[in-house]
Design a protein around this ligand. Sequence first.
Ligand SMILES: Nc1ncnc2c1ncn2[C@@H]1O[C@H](COP(=O)(O)OP(=O)(O)OP(=O)(O)O)[C@@H](O)[C@H]1O
Ligand SMILES: [Mg+2]
Length: 243
Amino acid sequence: MNNKQQIINLEGITFRYPGARENVIDNLDLKFFSGSRIGLIAPNGSGKTTLFHIIMGLLKPDAGRIEIFGQPVSREKDFEKVRRRIGLLFQDADDQLFSPTVLEDVAFGPLNLGKSKEEAIDISRKTLAFLGLSDFEERITFKLSGGEKRLVSLATVLSMEPEVLLLDEPTTGLDNHTREKLIEALNSLDLAYIVISHEYDFVNAVAPEIYKMENGQIFHDEELQIHIHEHVHRYGREPHKHG
Ligand SMILES: Nc1ncnc2c1ncn2[C@@H]1O[C@H](COP(=O)(O)OP(=O)(O)OP(=O)(O)O)[C@@H](O)[C@H]1O
Ligand SMILES: [Mg+2]
């Protein structure tokens, strides 16, 4: 029995930035199901961020078909609904944070979704506590360190209670301890996600399936999966069991 719901279905997506010579995304297909956790590893400039922005409707593909939660989406109105259910952690925290204090920033999303002020503050406090950021509520957002901004950005996404996360390089600027905290947080969430990262061990710790991007398309990457195994497990390519 397969009761997995199709969350994202991309067919033949093609995208070229205005004035560019080549397509960044070129006839790309992707199916993403509820309960899935995918890691996406590819070199700089492969189009990973572009792909996330297309899924969120921030960029319009030149060709192809997008279905989210089983519904075709193409108009801005359709994507407004998508953005209520899929949370994007931007690659650059400065694209995410804009309120004077951390609590205001984290409460902005729920307020925008129609929650009362009390509810929004309550959700925000819980989210900050979940990420170990309770002491940050009154901090001035623009004065946070890079790693702190990263985690607060994640809080602004989680406070909107999304069903799916798109995480664009969530570990940028995080020290080892904070990265471990993030791994724990992601593993304890009951959410499907796609995570872009260059850190193999991080991807291995949070995503059982690894994909790569090449020539504007996305592929399941078994070789990379084995490669990651070699890094993470002492056993390398020798047969071994996972608990
Ligand atoms: N606004 C833009 N206008 C023109 N070209 C762009 C624009 N944004 C990105 N590009 C180009 O599109 C390509 C893909 O960019 P994208 O940001 O999606 O890559 P990425 O895989 O996320 O890279 P990174 O790992 O460095 O974050 C790059 O060659 C980039 O220079
Ligand atoms: Mg990127």
